[in-house]
Ligand binder design. Structure first.
Ligand SMILES: Cc1cc2nc3c(=O)[nH]c(=O)nc-3n(C[C@H](O)[C@H](O)[C@H](O)COP(=O)(O)OP(=O)(O)OC[C@H]3O[C@@H](n4cnc5c(N)ncnc54)[C@H](O)[C@@H]3O)c2cc1C
Length: 500
C-alpha cells in the first residue's frame, strides 16, 4: 500500500469510473474499498440508460456491457415507458444488466489500467492541510494524497468528515428488496400496485424477448415489497420480509434461504456542496433518491466522468484549482433535477383516486411528441445541458457520435475521446486552425461530416464549422476561425497557453 496523488474511498460504480478516468489521464490514483471483493449482495441497479452507454462508448468499453446485457426500451417516468427508437444516438435503448455485472466489468477495466484497489479496508477519517490530505484507515495505517474523493455511497464517511451538509426530505415509504427461494410459485410474476405502494416478484434470471421480460422457470426470486411502516432502523430480517409479503399478497409463498435482504426508502437528499477544499464527493455520496427511473448509478458514473479530467489537470498543474469549482457548478443542478424527477415519480405512483387522475393526465401529456421527447431526453441522460453561456445549441450539450471522414479515412467521433483527451474538430475544408500553444493537451482534427446535425428532443440544429469537445464529451466552444472566444475556452478548460 502506498500514497497516491488521488485517493478514492469506495469501489462502487462511481469510484471505479473515476479511477479509470484518472488512470487514463496518467494520474497516480488508488482506491480504498471496504468490501473484500467486488461481489455485491443483492440486486441494485438493473441497467444502463443511453447516455451512460455513450459515456462508456467514449472510452471504447461500451461493447463489454452490450455483450452481456439485453437491450430494451427501459426509460420511463411514473409508469409511462418511452420508446427511444428514433432518438439520434447509437444507443436508443436501455441495457438490462444487473449492477453486480456492471461493477465486475468496470473493475476489469480499472484493473487493466493498473489502478491499485486496497480491499477489505475502510476510510475512517481524514484531515486536510494546504498541500494534501492524510487519510486514516481501519487497519490503523494512513495514506497521504493531494485529494480525497468520497465515492463511498449514501452514508458517506468522507461527506460527513468533510462537514458537508446533506439536506433533503425524510422517507415517506419504506421498501424491502431481497433475493430468496420461494417454496410455492406465485400465480403471477411482475409488478403489483396497491394503496400501500409498489411490489414486485420475479425470478432473478430473465430474458427480454420482443421487449417483454420472460422470467426463468427456476432459480432464486427477486422480491420488492413496500412495508406498512416507515422508520425501521434495524437490519431487515427474513421474518420482516415474510410479514411484509403476507400483508400485501396474503401469503409469503414459503419464502426461505435469502441471499440478501435490504431496505431502501424514498428519502431524497443532496449534498450542499460537492467539494470542501481537498475533499470531493461523487455518486450516492453526493445524492440519494428513490430508485424510480433507474437514475442513481447513471448519475454517479456521469459525476465521475465530469470530475476525472478536471481533477487530473489540477493535479498535473495544467489547470488552476478553480477548475474544480465547475464540477459542483455543473453536476449539482443535474443531481437536483434527478431528485426532482424521482420525487415526482414516487408521488405519481400512489394508488388513490386523485393521484390516478394526475397520473392519467401526465400519461396523456406524454402521449404528445414534444413532452415525451423532452422527458425521454431527461430520463435517458441525453438531454443533459451544462450552462456554458449563450450560443449554438451544442454548447454545453453532449457531442453526438458522428461518422467523420478524415485524411486517414472514416472515423467515429467517439474514437477521438477514447484516451480522454480534448479535441478541436475543424469541419471547414477551406481553412485551418492554429492551436500550437495547447497542442500538448488538445488534439486538432480536420474532418468532413455530411449528415444532419440532430440533438435529442431539440431536433435539427445548424451545422457548426468547428467544435471544441471536452474529454467528457461535452461541447465547450462552437465557432469558426474568425469567431471570438476559442483561446479563452481553451484556457478556461485546458489551462493557459504554453510559452512559445
Ligand atoms: C433497490 C435499488 C434499486 C436501484 N436501481 C437502480 C437502477 O435501476 N438504475 C440506477 O442507475 N441506479 C439504481 N440504484 C442506485 C444505485 O445502486 C446507486 O446509485 C449506485 O450503486 C451508486 O454507486 P456509488 O458508487 O456512488 O455508491 P455505492 O454503490 O454505494 O458504492 C459505494 C462503495 O463504497 C464502499 N464504502 C463505503 N464506505 C466506505 C468507507 N468508509 N471506506 C471505503 N469504502 C467504503 C462500499 O463498500 C461500496 O463499494 C438502485 C438502488 C437501489 C437500492
Amino acid at each position: 500500500m502506498q500514497d497516491a496523488d488521488i485517493l478514492i474511498a469506495g469501489a462502487g460504480p462511481t469510484g471505479l469510473m473515476l479511477a479509470g478516468e484518472l488512470a487514463l489521464a496518467g494520474v497516480d490514483v488508488a482506491i480504498v474499498e471496504r468490501r473484500a471483493n467486488q461481489d455485491l449482495a443483492g440486486s441494485r441497479a438493473g441497467g444502463l440508460h443511453s447516455r451512460t452507454l455513450e459515456v462508456f462508448d467514449q472510452r471504447g468499453i461500451a461493447d463489454r456491457f452490450l455483450a452481456e446485457g439485453q437491450k430494451a426500451q427501459g426509460a420511463g417516468f411514473a409508469g409511462v415507458h418511452f420508446d427511444l427508437s428514433g432518438f439520434p444516438t447509437r444507443h436508443p435503448y436501455s441495457l438490462g444488466l444487473r449492477q453486480n455485472h456492471i461493477e465486475r466489468i468496470l473493475a476489469g477495466w480499472v484493473d487493466e489500467l493498473k489502478v491499485p484497489i486496497y480491499r477489505g479496508i475502510e476510510v475512517t477519517d481524514f484531515a486536510q492541510d494546504n498541500t494534501g490530505v492524510d487519510v486514516e484507515l481501519s487497519d490503523g495505517r494512513s495514506l497521504r494524497a493531494q485529494y480525497l474523493v468520497g465515492c463511498d455511497g449514501g452514508r458517506s464517511l468522507v461527506r460527513k468528515a468533510a462537514g458537508i451538509a446533506f439536506p433533503g426530505s425524510d422517507p415517506t415509504t419504506s421498501n424491502l428488496i431481497a433475493e430468496a427461494e420461494l417454496a410455492e410459485t406465485p400465480p403471477e410474476w411482475g409488478i403489483r400496485r396497491d394503496a400501500l405502494g409498489t411490489h414486485a416478484l420475479g425470478r432473478v434470471e430473465y430474458e427480454i424477448r420482443n421487449g417483454e421480460i420472460i422470467y426463468a422457470d427456476h432459480g432464486p426470486v427477486g422480491v420488492l415489497v413496500t412495508e406498512q411502516h416507515v422508520g425501521e432502523t434495524t437490519e431487515p430480517t427474513l421474518s420482516d420480509l415474510s410479514a411484509a409479503l403476507i400483508t400485501v399478497y396474503g401469503t409469503d409463498y414459503g419464502i426461505h434461504s435469502p441471499t440478501s435482504i435490504s431496505r431502501f426508502t424514498d428519502a431524497a437528499r443532496q449534498a450542499a456542496s460537492y467539494r470542501n477544499g481537498r475533499a470531493l464527493i461523487a455518486g450516492d455520496a453526493a445524492h440519494v433518491h428513490p430508485p424510480d427511473g433507474g437514475q442513481g448509478l447513471q448519475t454517479g458514473v456521469q459525476d465521475a466522468m465530469n470530475l476525472g479530467w478536471k481533477l487530473a489537470q489540477v493535479v498535473k498543474g495544467t489547470s488552476p484549482e478553480s477548475l474544480l469549482d465547475t464540477y459542483h457548478a455543473e453536476r449539482h443542478p443535474i443531481g437536483a433535477r434527478v431528485l426532482r424527477n424521482t420525487m415526482a415519480s414516487i408521488v405519481l405512483r400512489r394508488e388513490d383516486e386523485r393521484t390516478k387522475a394526475l397520473r392519467d393526465t401526465i400519461a396523456e401529456l406524454l402521449g404528445m411528441d414534444e413532452p415525451r421527447q423532452w422527458l425521454a431526453a431527461e430520463m435517458s441522460g441525453l438531454g443533459i445541458h451544462y450552462n456554458l453561456g449563450e450560443g449554438h445549441p451544442l454548447l454545453g450539450r453532449r457531442m453526438p457520435d458522428l461518422d467523420l471522414v478524415t485524411a486517414n479515412g472514416p472515423l467515429r467521433l467517439f474514437a477521438l475521446l477514447h484516451n480522454a483527451r480534448p479535441v478541436l474538430i475543424n469541419l471547414d475544408a477551406s481553412g485551418e486552425f492554429d492551436i500550437t500553444p495547447w497542442a500538448d493537451r488538445v488534439q486538432l482534427i480536420d474532418a468532413k461530416y455530411d449528415g444532419v446535425w440532430e440533438l435529442p428532443a431539440l431536433g435539427a440544429v445548424t451545422a457548426p464549422t468547428a467544435v471544441l469537445v471536452r474529454p467528457d464529451g461535452y461541447v465547450a466552444w462552437v465557432g469558426d476561425r474568425h469567431s471570438p472566444g476559442l483561446a479563452e475556452a481553451l484556457t478556461t478548460w485546458f489551462g493557459p497557453p504554453a510559452a512559445a
